[in-house]
Design a binder for this molecule. Structure first.
Ligand SMILES: Cc1ncc(COP(=O)(O)O)c(C=O)c1O
Length: 390
Protein backbone atom coordinates (compact mmCIF):
# COMPACT_ATOMS: atom_id res chain seq x y z
CA UNK A 1 0.00 0.00 0.00
CA UNK A 2 1.24 3.46 -0.87
CA UNK A 3 0.79 6.36 1.52
CA UNK A 4 -2.30 8.46 0.82
CA UNK A 5 -2.79 9.56 4.41
CA UNK A 6 0.14 11.76 5.41
CA UNK A 7 -0.73 15.39 5.84
CA UNK A 8 1.46 17.73 3.79
CA UNK A 9 2.33 21.35 4.36
CA UNK A 10 3.21 22.70 0.95
CA UNK A 11 3.16 26.34 1.93
CA UNK A 12 6.81 26.16 2.88
CA UNK A 13 7.69 24.92 -0.61
CA UNK A 14 5.62 27.64 -2.26
CA UNK A 15 3.20 25.24 -3.97
CA UNK A 16 0.91 27.48 -6.07
CA UNK A 17 -2.20 25.91 -4.64
CA UNK A 18 -1.10 26.93 -1.14
CA UNK A 19 -0.19 30.53 -2.00
CA UNK A 20 -3.85 31.45 -2.20
CA UNK A 21 -5.35 34.49 -0.39
CA UNK A 22 -8.89 35.10 0.69
CA UNK A 23 -11.21 37.54 -1.13
CA UNK A 24 -9.90 40.42 1.02
CA UNK A 25 -6.38 39.60 -0.19
CA UNK A 26 -5.36 38.36 3.26
CA UNK A 27 -2.95 35.47 3.69
CA UNK A 28 -4.23 32.27 5.28
CA UNK A 29 -2.49 30.57 8.15
CA UNK A 30 -0.45 27.40 7.58
CA UNK A 31 -3.52 25.43 8.57
CA UNK A 32 -5.29 25.55 5.22
CA UNK A 33 -6.63 22.62 3.23
CA UNK A 34 -6.67 23.75 -0.39
CA UNK A 35 -9.20 21.95 -2.57
CA UNK A 36 -8.53 23.96 -5.69
CA UNK A 37 -5.76 23.64 -8.35
CA UNK A 38 -5.67 20.17 -9.90
CA UNK A 39 -2.64 18.68 -8.27
CA UNK A 40 -2.78 16.22 -5.41
CA UNK A 41 -2.01 16.44 -1.72
CA UNK A 42 -0.19 13.11 -2.06
CA UNK A 43 3.55 12.62 -2.26
CA UNK A 44 4.78 11.02 -5.46
CA UNK A 45 5.55 7.35 -5.18
CA UNK A 46 9.02 6.48 -3.86
CA UNK A 47 9.98 4.82 -7.13
CA UNK A 48 9.71 8.20 -8.87
CA UNK A 49 11.68 9.94 -6.14
CA UNK A 50 14.42 7.31 -6.51
CA UNK A 51 14.40 7.69 -10.30
CA UNK A 52 14.84 11.43 -9.85
CA UNK A 53 17.77 10.96 -7.46
CA UNK A 54 19.39 8.56 -9.91
CA UNK A 55 18.87 11.01 -12.78
CA UNK A 56 20.39 13.84 -10.74
CA UNK A 57 23.52 11.71 -10.35
CA UNK A 58 23.71 10.13 -13.76
CA UNK A 59 22.47 12.80 -16.12
CA UNK A 60 24.75 15.56 -14.86
CA UNK A 61 25.30 17.93 -16.72
CA UNK A 62 21.68 18.81 -17.37
CA UNK A 63 21.99 19.94 -20.94
CA UNK A 64 19.45 19.90 -23.74
CA UNK A 65 17.98 16.46 -23.88
CA UNK A 66 16.41 14.25 -26.56
CA UNK A 67 13.72 11.68 -25.71
CA UNK A 68 15.42 8.32 -25.12
CA UNK A 69 14.18 5.08 -26.69
CA UNK A 70 13.28 3.71 -23.28
CA UNK A 71 11.26 6.85 -22.50
CA UNK A 72 9.31 6.47 -25.75
CA UNK A 73 8.80 2.76 -25.09
CA UNK A 74 7.43 3.48 -21.62
CA UNK A 75 4.74 5.70 -23.16
CA UNK A 76 3.92 3.15 -25.86
CA UNK A 77 3.63 0.39 -23.29
CA UNK A 78 1.44 2.46 -20.92
CA UNK A 79 -0.90 3.40 -23.78
CA UNK A 80 -1.16 -0.25 -24.73
CA UNK A 81 -1.63 -1.57 -21.16
CA UNK A 82 -4.03 1.07 -19.92
CA UNK A 83 -5.68 2.46 -23.03
CA UNK A 84 -5.51 -0.44 -25.47
CA UNK A 85 -4.18 1.61 -28.32
CA UNK A 86 -1.08 1.16 -30.39
CA UNK A 87 1.16 4.20 -30.60
CA UNK A 88 4.07 4.51 -32.98
CA UNK A 89 7.12 6.20 -31.49
CA UNK A 90 7.30 8.63 -34.42
CA UNK A 91 3.89 10.00 -33.48
CA UNK A 92 5.07 11.28 -30.10
CA UNK A 93 5.90 14.96 -29.89
CA UNK A 94 7.11 16.61 -26.74
CA UNK A 95 5.45 19.61 -25.11
CA UNK A 96 6.12 21.47 -21.88
CA UNK A 97 2.46 21.26 -21.04
CA UNK A 98 -0.93 20.30 -22.39
CA UNK A 99 -2.14 23.91 -22.38
CA UNK A 100 0.90 24.83 -24.47
CA UNK A 101 -0.06 22.03 -26.87
CA UNK A 102 -3.66 23.27 -27.17
CA UNK A 103 -2.45 26.78 -27.98
CA UNK A 104 0.09 25.43 -30.42
CA UNK A 105 -2.53 23.31 -32.19
CA UNK A 106 -4.79 26.31 -32.66
CA UNK A 107 -1.87 28.32 -34.04
CA UNK A 108 -0.89 25.48 -36.38
CA UNK A 109 -4.30 24.68 -37.86
CA UNK A 110 -6.21 27.96 -38.01
CA UNK A 111 -6.01 31.46 -39.36
CA UNK A 112 -7.43 34.69 -37.96
CA UNK A 113 -11.20 34.61 -37.41
CA UNK A 114 -11.52 30.85 -37.75
CA UNK A 115 -13.74 29.27 -35.12
CA UNK A 116 -12.63 26.83 -32.41
CA UNK A 117 -15.43 24.83 -30.81
CA UNK A 118 -15.36 23.98 -27.11
CA UNK A 119 -17.92 22.27 -24.88
CA UNK A 120 -18.56 24.40 -21.80
CA UNK A 121 -18.26 24.58 -18.82
CA UNK A 122 -14.62 23.64 -19.33
CA UNK A 123 -11.12 24.00 -17.89
CA UNK A 124 -10.49 27.79 -18.21
CA UNK A 125 -7.35 27.71 -20.42
CA UNK A 126 -9.51 26.19 -23.19
CA UNK A 127 -10.92 29.69 -23.68
CA UNK A 128 -7.43 31.12 -23.95
CA UNK A 129 -6.37 28.40 -26.40
CA UNK A 130 -9.48 28.84 -28.53
CA UNK A 131 -8.72 32.51 -29.14
CA UNK A 132 -4.95 32.23 -29.26
CA UNK A 133 -4.59 32.81 -33.01
CA UNK A 134 -7.06 35.71 -33.10
CA UNK A 135 -9.54 32.92 -33.55
CA UNK A 136 -13.16 32.89 -32.40
CA UNK A 137 -14.38 30.88 -29.43
CA UNK A 138 -17.42 28.89 -30.52
CA UNK A 139 -19.13 27.70 -27.36
CA UNK A 140 -21.28 24.62 -27.45
CA UNK A 141 -22.73 24.54 -23.93
CA UNK A 142 -23.26 21.11 -22.41
CA UNK A 143 -26.87 20.61 -21.51
CA UNK A 144 -28.25 19.15 -18.33
CA UNK A 145 -30.64 16.32 -19.05
CA UNK A 146 -32.06 15.03 -15.82
CA UNK A 147 -29.05 14.44 -13.63
CA UNK A 148 -26.38 14.41 -16.30
CA UNK A 149 -24.59 16.65 -18.73
CA UNK A 150 -24.99 15.78 -22.39
CA UNK A 151 -23.49 17.18 -25.56
CA UNK A 152 -25.95 19.26 -27.54
CA UNK A 153 -25.35 17.32 -30.76
CA UNK A 154 -27.85 19.38 -32.75
CA UNK A 155 -25.96 22.56 -31.98
CA UNK A 156 -22.55 20.92 -32.35
CA UNK A 157 -23.43 19.58 -35.78
CA UNK A 158 -24.66 22.99 -36.88
CA UNK A 159 -21.40 24.58 -35.67
CA UNK A 160 -19.31 21.87 -37.31
CA UNK A 161 -21.02 22.48 -40.67
CA UNK A 162 -19.93 26.11 -40.64
CA UNK A 163 -16.85 25.92 -42.84
CA UNK A 164 -14.88 28.59 -40.96
CA UNK A 165 -15.02 26.54 -37.76
CA UNK A 166 -11.84 24.48 -37.98
CA UNK A 167 -11.13 22.72 -34.70
CA UNK A 168 -12.92 21.02 -31.86
CA UNK A 169 -10.98 20.94 -28.58
CA UNK A 170 -12.41 18.16 -26.48
CA UNK A 171 -11.63 17.47 -22.84
CA UNK A 172 -11.95 13.73 -22.22
CA UNK A 173 -12.65 12.94 -19.40
CA UNK A 174 -14.21 16.33 -19.01
CA UNK A 175 -12.90 18.80 -16.44
CA UNK A 176 -14.82 20.19 -14.46
CA UNK A 177 -17.95 18.03 -14.79
CA UNK A 178 -16.14 14.71 -14.26
CA UNK A 179 -17.81 13.07 -17.24
CA UNK A 180 -16.33 10.04 -18.98
CA UNK A 181 -17.73 10.08 -22.50
CA UNK A 182 -19.20 6.81 -23.70
CA UNK A 183 -17.83 5.14 -26.78
CA UNK A 184 -21.08 6.02 -28.58
CA UNK A 185 -20.75 9.71 -27.73
CA UNK A 186 -17.14 9.76 -28.91
CA UNK A 187 -18.04 7.88 -32.09
CA UNK A 188 -20.67 10.53 -32.84
CA UNK A 189 -18.18 13.34 -32.21
CA UNK A 190 -15.60 11.67 -34.45
CA UNK A 191 -18.16 11.13 -37.19
CA UNK A 192 -19.28 14.79 -37.13
CA UNK A 193 -15.64 15.94 -37.22
CA UNK A 194 -14.94 13.66 -40.16
CA UNK A 195 -17.98 14.77 -42.15
CA UNK A 196 -17.04 18.39 -41.69
CA UNK A 197 -13.22 18.27 -41.82
CA UNK A 198 -12.96 19.49 -38.27
CA UNK A 199 -9.59 18.78 -36.67
CA UNK A 200 -10.07 16.99 -33.38
CA UNK A 201 -7.75 18.07 -30.57
CA UNK A 202 -8.34 15.91 -27.51
CA UNK A 203 -7.03 16.74 -24.06
CA UNK A 204 -6.84 13.42 -22.24
CA UNK A 205 -4.65 14.65 -19.40
CA UNK A 206 -7.06 13.01 -16.91
CA UNK A 207 -7.43 9.74 -18.81
CA UNK A 208 -5.81 7.57 -16.15
CA UNK A 209 -8.13 8.92 -13.46
CA UNK A 210 -11.27 6.88 -14.01
CA UNK A 211 -13.71 5.90 -11.28
CA UNK A 212 -14.55 2.27 -10.66
CA UNK A 213 -17.36 1.11 -12.93
CA UNK A 214 -16.48 3.44 -15.81
CA UNK A 215 -14.47 2.80 -18.94
CA UNK A 216 -12.57 5.55 -20.67
CA UNK A 217 -12.27 5.23 -24.44
CA UNK A 218 -9.04 6.56 -25.85
CA UNK A 219 -9.61 8.72 -28.90
CA UNK A 220 -6.94 6.83 -30.86
CA UNK A 221 -9.24 3.82 -30.89
CA UNK A 222 -11.09 5.69 -33.69
CA UNK A 223 -7.99 6.08 -35.84
CA UNK A 224 -9.31 3.58 -38.38
CA UNK A 225 -12.28 5.92 -38.90
CA UNK A 226 -10.60 9.31 -38.75
CA UNK A 227 -6.98 10.32 -38.42
CA UNK A 228 -7.13 14.12 -38.09
CA UNK A 229 -6.54 13.79 -34.37
CA UNK A 230 -4.13 15.40 -31.93
CA UNK A 231 -4.09 13.56 -28.62
CA UNK A 232 -2.64 15.39 -25.61
CA UNK A 233 -1.42 13.14 -22.80
CA UNK A 234 0.80 13.47 -19.75
CA UNK A 235 1.77 11.63 -16.60
CA UNK A 236 1.42 14.94 -14.77
CA UNK A 237 -2.17 14.69 -13.44
CA UNK A 238 -2.00 10.93 -12.88
CA UNK A 239 1.20 10.93 -10.85
CA UNK A 240 1.38 14.44 -9.39
CA UNK A 241 4.22 15.65 -11.61
CA UNK A 242 2.62 18.81 -13.02
CA UNK A 243 5.49 21.05 -11.90
CA UNK A 244 7.91 19.04 -14.02
CA UNK A 245 6.08 20.28 -17.11
CA UNK A 246 6.29 17.43 -19.56
CA UNK A 247 3.51 16.14 -21.74
CA UNK A 248 3.40 13.87 -24.73
CA UNK A 249 1.37 14.90 -27.72
CA UNK A 250 0.47 12.06 -30.04
CA UNK A 251 -0.15 13.01 -33.66
CA UNK A 252 -0.48 10.01 -36.00
CA UNK A 253 -0.95 11.98 -39.23
CA UNK A 254 2.38 13.10 -40.65
CA UNK A 255 1.09 16.29 -42.23
CA UNK A 256 -0.63 17.41 -39.03
CA UNK A 257 2.47 16.52 -37.06
CA UNK A 258 4.77 18.52 -39.34
CA UNK A 259 2.54 21.60 -39.13
CA UNK A 260 2.32 21.22 -35.35
CA UNK A 261 6.10 20.98 -34.91
CA UNK A 262 6.85 23.86 -37.29
CA UNK A 263 10.38 25.16 -36.99
CA UNK A 264 10.64 24.53 -33.28
CA UNK A 265 12.79 22.08 -31.46
CA UNK A 266 11.49 21.22 -27.98
CA UNK A 267 14.02 19.71 -25.61
CA UNK A 268 12.83 17.51 -22.74
CA UNK A 269 13.75 18.30 -19.16
CA UNK A 270 16.07 15.38 -18.29
CA UNK A 271 14.73 14.98 -14.74
CA UNK A 272 11.16 15.06 -15.95
CA UNK A 273 11.99 12.39 -18.52
CA UNK A 274 13.24 10.12 -15.72
CA UNK A 275 10.15 10.76 -13.57
CA UNK A 276 7.67 10.25 -16.39
CA UNK A 277 9.33 7.07 -17.59
CA UNK A 278 9.34 5.67 -14.07
CA UNK A 279 5.65 6.54 -13.60
CA UNK A 280 4.72 4.77 -16.81
CA UNK A 281 6.89 1.75 -16.03
CA UNK A 282 5.78 1.11 -12.48
CA UNK A 283 2.78 3.29 -11.65
CA UNK A 284 0.00 0.74 -12.29
CA UNK A 285 -0.59 -0.04 -8.64
CA UNK A 286 -0.22 3.56 -7.48
CA UNK A 287 -2.88 4.83 -9.85
CA UNK A 288 -5.31 2.09 -8.78
CA UNK A 289 -4.79 2.88 -5.11
CA UNK A 290 -4.97 6.63 -5.67
CA UNK A 291 -8.28 6.37 -7.51
CA UNK A 292 -9.59 4.10 -4.77
CA UNK A 293 -8.93 6.90 -2.26
CA UNK A 294 -10.60 9.40 -4.61
CA UNK A 295 -13.61 7.06 -4.70
CA UNK A 296 -13.78 7.06 -0.88
CA UNK A 297 -13.45 10.84 -0.86
CA UNK A 298 -16.16 11.24 -3.46
CA UNK A 299 -18.55 9.15 -1.38
CA UNK A 300 -17.60 11.12 1.74
CA UNK A 301 -18.30 14.43 0.00
CA UNK A 302 -21.48 13.21 -1.73
CA UNK A 303 -22.87 11.94 1.61
CA UNK A 304 -21.92 15.22 3.26
CA UNK A 305 -23.76 17.34 0.68
CA UNK A 306 -26.79 15.02 0.75
CA UNK A 307 -26.99 15.42 4.56
CA UNK A 308 -26.11 19.07 5.08
CA UNK A 309 -26.68 20.82 1.75
CA UNK A 310 -29.43 18.71 0.19
CA UNK A 311 -30.26 21.34 -2.41
CA UNK A 312 -26.68 21.28 -3.74
CA UNK A 313 -26.76 19.21 -6.90
CA UNK A 314 -23.50 17.68 -8.13
CA UNK A 315 -22.64 15.85 -11.32
CA UNK A 316 -21.66 12.24 -10.93
CA UNK A 317 -17.91 11.79 -10.70
CA UNK A 318 -16.97 9.32 -13.44
CA UNK A 319 -13.43 10.49 -14.12
CA UNK A 320 -10.84 13.05 -12.90
CA UNK A 321 -10.59 13.78 -9.16
CA UNK A 322 -12.64 16.97 -9.38
CA UNK A 323 -16.16 17.26 -8.05
CA UNK A 324 -18.57 19.80 -9.58
CA UNK A 325 -21.17 21.11 -7.18
CA UNK A 326 -24.02 23.56 -7.80
CA UNK A 327 -24.40 25.82 -4.74
CA UNK A 328 -26.84 28.29 -6.33
CA UNK A 329 -29.64 27.28 -3.97
CA UNK A 330 -27.68 28.56 -0.97
CA UNK A 331 -26.33 31.93 -2.03
CA UNK A 332 -27.63 35.15 -3.60
CA UNK A 333 -24.83 35.23 -6.13
CA UNK A 334 -21.36 33.84 -6.74
CA UNK A 335 -19.48 36.73 -5.14
CA UNK A 336 -21.47 36.28 -1.95
CA UNK A 337 -20.83 32.54 -2.12
CA UNK A 338 -17.07 32.88 -2.55
CA UNK A 339 -16.76 35.54 0.14
CA UNK A 340 -18.39 33.01 2.45
CA UNK A 341 -16.36 30.01 1.26
CA UNK A 342 -12.99 31.77 1.30
CA UNK A 343 -13.35 34.21 4.19
CA UNK A 344 -15.66 32.44 6.61
CA UNK A 345 -15.33 28.72 5.87
CA UNK A 346 -11.71 28.57 4.66
CA UNK A 347 -13.10 26.20 2.02
CA UNK A 348 -10.74 26.90 -0.85
CA UNK A 349 -12.19 25.63 -4.12
CA UNK A 350 -12.38 26.85 -7.72
CA UNK A 351 -15.05 29.31 -8.77
CA UNK A 352 -17.62 27.90 -11.21
CA UNK A 353 -17.93 30.93 -13.49
CA UNK A 354 -14.23 30.67 -14.46
CA UNK A 355 -15.25 27.52 -16.36
CA UNK A 356 -17.85 29.39 -18.40
CA UNK A 357 -21.08 31.33 -17.92
CA UNK A 358 -23.00 28.12 -17.31
CA UNK A 359 -20.71 27.35 -14.37
CA UNK A 360 -21.87 30.33 -12.31
CA UNK A 361 -22.69 29.45 -8.72
CA UNK A 362 -20.84 26.12 -8.93
CA UNK A 363 -17.67 25.14 -7.15
CA UNK A 364 -15.03 22.63 -8.22
CA UNK A 365 -13.64 20.57 -5.36
CA UNK A 366 -10.34 18.73 -5.71
CA UNK A 367 -10.77 15.35 -4.00
CA UNK A 368 -7.15 14.17 -4.26
CA UNK A 369 -6.15 14.59 -0.64
CA UNK A 370 -6.06 12.47 2.53
CA UNK A 371 -9.62 11.53 3.54
CA UNK A 372 -9.11 12.94 7.08
CA UNK A 373 -8.18 16.29 5.61
CA UNK A 374 -11.24 16.32 3.39
CA UNK A 375 -13.44 15.60 6.41
CA UNK A 376 -11.90 18.52 8.31
CA UNK A 377 -12.48 20.85 5.35
CA UNK A 378 -16.11 19.72 5.01
CA UNK A 379 -16.67 20.24 8.73
CA UNK A 380 -15.29 23.77 8.43
CA UNK A 381 -17.81 24.39 5.67
CA UNK A 382 -20.68 23.05 7.73
CA UNK A 383 -19.65 24.92 10.91
CA UNK A 384 -19.29 28.22 9.06
CA UNK A 385 -22.68 27.80 7.41
CA UNK A 386 -24.31 26.99 10.75
CA UNK A 387 -22.70 30.07 12.28
CA UNK A 388 -23.91 32.25 9.42
CA UNK A 389 -27.46 30.88 9.64
CA UNK A 390 -27.81 31.71 13.35
C1 LIG B 1 -8.08 19.35 -18.62
C2 LIG B 1 -6.75 19.92 -18.29
N1 LIG B 1 -5.89 20.17 -19.29
C3 LIG B 1 -4.66 20.69 -19.05
C4 LIG B 1 -4.26 20.98 -17.76
C5 LIG B 1 -2.93 21.60 -17.51
O1 LIG B 1 -1.96 20.90 -18.18
P1 LIG B 1 -0.46 21.41 -18.25
O2 LIG B 1 -0.04 21.77 -16.88
O3 LIG B 1 0.26 20.23 -18.82
O4 LIG B 1 -0.46 22.57 -19.19
C6 LIG B 1 -5.13 20.73 -16.69
C7 LIG B 1 -4.74 21.08 -15.33
O5 LIG B 1 -5.51 21.08 -14.42
C8 LIG B 1 -6.40 20.18 -16.97
O6 LIG B 1 -7.27 19.91 -16.00
Amino acid sequence: MYDFESKLNRKKTYASKWMVRNTKNEEYSEDIIPLSVADMEFKVMDEIKDALHKAVDEMNPYGYQAMSDSYLQSIISWMQRHHHVKVDKDWIVLSHGVVEALVRSVKAYTKENDGVIIFTPVYPPFFKAARSNKTRIVECPLILKGQRYEIDFTLFEKQAKQSDNKILILCSPHNPIGKVFTREELARIVSICKENDLILVVDEIHHDCIMEGYVHTNILSFLNVYDQIILCTAASKSFNLAGLQTSNIIIPDEKLRTSYIGEDHVSINPLSMAATECAYRCGDQWIREMMHVVGINYKTAADFFASYFPKAWHSELQGTYLMWVDMNAYFENEDDMFAFLYDEACFIVNKGSTFGKNGEGFMRINLALPTDQLKIALKRLYDAYEKRSK
